[in-house]
Design a protein around this ligand. Structure first.
Ligand SMILES: [Zn+2]
Length: 231
């Protein structure tokens, strides 16, 4: 049974209308990264940060999965081995498309985290400054998303999966941000076949056995169909 490990990034959510800090226009354009996506920014002005993530939470809740998300769910359901989806995205579009056991390495907009006791719970649609933690009562709730300068979640689990991967696919990621940028090297060392699916070649494209260029909503369904035909 061949295990497939898939890393997804902003490029797969972009076609569902969710922008990133690299895009012009949209939510991110009105803010500096250091103000809304760093622990220091949160310490300086928690109200601005909560407001920013409240807006992103609303936007993500209104977004619909696109054919790339749906194709990965189809792969998970029909591939004879395990299909692990690791995502850098904080939206819930993989789950909305029916995918299971999605590993959110950068956390999720759906979650709240207590900075005092590390308790996690389901975030209300609107989080406010001083929102009490249901475990310790401290007024120290933050969005459960990984900010710049923070260590992504589930790294041990992800490396365990990569060590057993027969196929590693990177979909819609820039290939610039470590540790995710190193996943292809880990997978290659494990003997996996590696493929990048991206709109443009990423900075790490030369590390992959194969590069497929185009919008994820077109390339991913075709790639999945081919894999299933050959399985
Ligand atoms: Zn707490």
């Amino acid at each position: 049974m061949e295990k497939i490990v898939i890393l997804t990034g902003a490029g797969i959510s972009a076609e569902s209308g969710l922008g990133t800090f690299r895009d012009e226009g949209g939510l991110w354009a009105q803010h500096r990264i250091e103000d809304v996506a760093t622990p220091d920014g949160f310490a300086r002005n928690p109200a601005v940060v909560q407001k920013f993530y409240n807006a992103r939470r609303v936007q993500a809740a209104q977004a619909q999965p696109n054919p790339a998300h749906t194709a990965l769910t189809h792969l998970q359901r029909n591939w004879p081995g395990e299909v692990i989806i690791v995502t850098q995205n904080v939206d819930g579009l993989h789950e909305a498309a029916g995918s299971e056991n999605v590993i959110h390495m950068h956390g999720t907009l759906a979650g709240a985290l207590c900075t005092t006791c590390d308790h996690r719970w389901v975030a209300p649609p609107e989080m406010s400054v001083g929102e009490p933690c249901p475990a310790c009562g401290g007024p120290t709730a933050r969005p459960d998303v990984v900010w710049f300068g923070e260590m992504p979640y589930f790294m041990d689990l992800i490396y365990d999966h990569l060590a057993n991967a027969a196929i590693f696919a990177s979909i819609g990621t820039s290939g610039q941000v470590y540790p995710a940028a190193a996943f292809v090297h880990e997978a290659t060392m494990s003997g996996a076949r590696t493929v990048e699916l991206n709109l443009d070649p990423s900075s790490g494209a030369s590390s992959f056995d194969q590069v497929i260029l185009g919008p994820a909503s077109e390339t991913v369904p075709r790639w999945v169909q081919k894999l299933l035909r050959e399985s």
